[in-house]
Design a protein around this ligand. Structure first.
Ligand code: SAM
Length: 296
């Protein structure tokens, strides 16, 4: 199955492929290709890919990561939005029988349908990708909302975004994204990636995040549909205190103001607290209480 050619993820082979197809990198599509083979192999190891695993890859580019995944996984389904890369991938990945590449925008994809069609009889599905950075947050949000069970998500992104995802309360990086993702998944910052690992080199360093099934039990969320709105509302103005942000979210009439203060007091949260001081459990309890008090 594996071929004898050098890996795609080497500076020389990448250069040869780019020249052969006269490819110009599209900045607007976040095209920074990885040429660091050791790093890609570490990424595959972080995802613990084995012969039972089917993998969905977002944005295969010229196939650097796809090839490494195909050497360990049962099947790889790779979704690429840039049509120009399809003939390139057909050639670079020609020796692998377990890869399907589709011309597909990940944000418009119906993963459940794609999985049914291209990964029938799957046992375990994982997502592994070097993300197009301009849509990192929408992709993560969309993956977490999918009805398809994704056992592990291992994704590369800008270091600054990775730090936000993994951030603990009372830190500068802790925000709405940290809360919303950590509520659903265990988040680990798995690898640091220097910008020299890419062609062309991006301006910032990157990191690999591993999102696995949560181990921590949180209180039950009674109003799940309102959770994201409450969390985002609380962080709307980071410098403002919780009471003011909640008034912007729920209303500023006297009855609402009184109910907000009573809710915070009940939860033993100071109205002058900043949003970054609240734990995920406190955001859940706050959402539940605001909902019960008809404030949402
Ligand atoms: N996986 C390759 C690598 O590691 O070298 C390329 C990664 S590059 C950072 C991001 C890739 O995502 C590009 O190939 C780009 O064309 C593709 N892409 C950008 N927007 C996309 C979208 N909405 N859906 C699917 N792929 C997309």
């Amino acid at each position: 199955m594996a071929n004898q050619k050098p890996a795609i993820a080497t500076p020389l082979r990448t250069k040869a492929i780019v020249e052969a197809y006269d490819l110009n990198f599209k900045k607007s599509l976040g095209q920074n290709f990885l040429t660091n083979l050791t790093l890609l192999q570490k990424m595959v190891a972080v995802a613990e890919i084995g012969p039972d695993d089917d993998v969905i890859e977002i944005g295969p580019g010229i196939g650097a990561l796809t090839e490494q995944l195909a050497q360990k996984a049962r099947r790889v389904l790779a979704l690429e939005v840039d049509q120009r890369l399809l003939p390139v991938l057909a050639e670079t990945l020609a020796d692998y029988q377990n890869i399907t590449v589709l011309h597909q925008d990940i944000l418009a994809a119906n993963l459940a349908e794609l999985v049914e069609q291209y990964l029938p009889d799957h046992r375990q599905i994982k997502v592994v990708a070097n993300l197009p950075y301009y849509i990192t947050s929408p992709i993560i949000k969309s993956l977490l909302q999918q009805p398809v069970v994704l056992s592990v998500i291992v994704v590369m992104m800008q270091k600054e975004v990775a730090e936000r995802l993994a951030a603990e309360p009372r830190t500068k990086a802790y925000g709405a994204l940290s809360v919303l993702v950590q509520y659903q998944r265990k988040v680990e910052l798995a690898l640091n990636v220097p910008k020299t690992s890419f062609v062309p080199q991006p301006k910032v360093d990157s990191a690999v995040i591993k999102l696995s099934q949560p181990i921590q039990e949180y209180p039950q969320l009674i109003f799940p549909a309102a959770f994201s709105r409450v969390v985002q509302g609380c962080f709307l103005h980071r410098r403002k205190n919780l009471k003011n942000n909640l008034q912007s979210l729920c209303g500023k009439d006297e009855t609402t103001k009184t109910k907000i203060l009573a809710s915070l007091e009940y939860l033993q949260i100071l109205p002058t607290s900043r949003p970054e001081e609240l734990t995920i459990s406190q955001f859940i309890e706050l959402t539940n209480l605001l909902g019960k008090n008809n404030l949402l």
